[in-house]
Design a protein around this ligand. Structure first.
Ligand SMILES: NC(=O)c1ccc[n+]([C@@H]2O[C@H](COP(=O)([O-])OP(=O)(O)OC[C@H]3O[C@@H](n4cnc5c(N)ncnc54)[C@H](O)[C@@H]3O)[C@@H](O)[C@H]2O)c1
Length: 264
């Protein structure tokens, strides 16, 4: 089918009635994304490992005024994709948006990178988004619409995690693979009016950096817009990609990094 032409007489950013799934939604970027989608009117399915943290997140998102369900699961588990789909369909009977956000970072270098960590990071940062995407696709194909947003990284295009300090061979490789997964998936699902894009954050002050926060802030000098990124800096672009406002955008990586990388 051909992509529908946007109706500019209505609010193109409105997500009322949408059902959005966000993985890694207990904290950090995922929680802020979930809150911002709820503020535009969406129902939310929050996915995370820790049931207690997830319940606390659900309380916050529910207070915004829409339906919320949680799935306490490791996204890398075999059963995760189907549990997520079943929960979304039970909550709303539809799936409009999937945000593959859950992920983690390591600082391995090529001299000591270990096979187990390599497999783990690929299973969470790449294989899980692929498997959850595969599980939501039949629902989106049936509805002939959908938006999948993968949270990639500026480090998909860089040599190391903190610039000249090196390290991150496994993290950088996993995020580059996620960007590639986005493009290939986008091409194959476009005929069903399903869009797939990557949002690539730069250096965001979240719990991910809790044990090296000083190092994160040293990085501030490389950011033309002058400050370390916060999760709220990603809200606008995720709402945009989730909504009809971006109906003609697919297979792209949108870099949100304060100008740290200036790439096409
Ligand atoms: N913080 C940054 O500087 C930065 C920069 C670029 C990209 N990113 C990406 O953004 C995403 C979110 O990062 P963040 O900074 O909010 O991280 P975070 O560690 O602060 O939060 C991540 C959330 O995902 C959950 N999670 C992690 N692994 C999971 C798994 N296997 N199953 C279920 N839930 C899991 C965590 O429990 C946590 O709630 C990640 O994919 C990360 O790689 C972050």
């Amino acid at each position: 089918m051909k992509a529908p032409i946007p109706d500019i007489t209505r609010d193109l950013f409105d997500l009322s009635g949408y059902c959005c799934i966000v993985t890694g939604a207990s904290a950090g970027i995922g929680l802020t994304i979930a809150e911002s989608l709820a503020h535009r009117g969406a129902d939310l399915v929050l996915v995370g490992r820790n049931a207690q943290h997830l319940d606390a997140a659900a309380l916050k998102v529910r207070a915004i005024g829409h339906r919320v369900a949680t799935v306490a699961v490791d996204v890398a588990d075999d059963a995760a994709p189907q549990r997520i789909v079943d929960t979304a369909l039970k909550l709303s009977g539809r799936i409009d948006v999937l945000v593959n956000n859950a992920g983690f970072m390591t600082f391995a270098d090529p001299f000591d990178v270990n096979d187990e960590t390599w497999d783990e990071i690929f299973s969470v940062n790449v294989r899980a988004p692929m498997r959850i995407t595969r599980a939501v696709l039949p629902v989106m194909v049936k509805a002939a619409r959908g938006s999948i947003i993968n949270i990639g990284s500026s480090w998909s295009t860089r040599a190391s995690v903190f610039n000249q300090d090196g390290g991150g061979v496994d993290y950088c490789s996993s995020k580059a693979a996620l960007h590639a997964l986005t493009r290939s998936t986008a091409q194959d699902v476009a005929p069903f009016n399903i869009r797939v894009n990557t949002v690539a954050p730069g250096a965001v002050d979240t719990p991910m950096h809790a044990d090296h926060r000083a190092l994160l802030f040293e990085f501030e000098k490389y950011i033309p817009l002058g400050r370390i990124q916060v999760a709220q800096d990603l809200a606008g672009v995720v709402i945009f990609l989730a909504s009809d406002a971006s109906g003609y955008i697919t297979g792209q990586a949108l870099h949100v990094n304060g100008g740290m990388l200036m790439v096409d």
